[in-house]
Write a protein that binds this ligand. Sequence first.
Ligand code: FES
Length: 165
Amino acid sequence: MTEAAEQVTEPDIDLTGANAILDKYVDMHGALMPALQEIQEFYGYIPESTVHLTAERLNVYTSQIYGVLTFYAQFHLQPRGKYIVRVCMGTACHVKGAGRIADTIKDRLGVGHAETTDDLKFTAEYVACIGACGMAPVIMVNDGTYGSLTVQKVDEVIEKYQAME
Ligand code: FES
């Protein structure tokens, strides 16, 4: 499949929130980063239509905005899940079966690295060492850390978050 064929059409985005945010930054020096951060906070990601709106309102090129968005890992151009499941793929976790943990999550939620469930509840991300090697293999779900994982324990963690709103 070509890249163009994979592109998802953006749903209609209500730009009222973005306009209110940008109102504060018009004619302000160095406004682009904080404006984009606020827009992401408001929508949960940076919708494409807000990129064009930001370019127009702050009088910058869209290419400049995409440059910032792709350079800084904090920005996301696609909607993300309410729960971000980070699977550590660092050396210690790899040795202790991180691959099996990732496979289990993919099997249960249907998402691999950088993928989000259709209901926008979960996004999976495979990450480098998260500094809890003594508890390998480890995953994080938002701010919660779960270590010494087995397939059964992963199931319990997933079920816990599935049961939450
Ligand atoms: S390698 Fe996974 S926490 Fe360090």
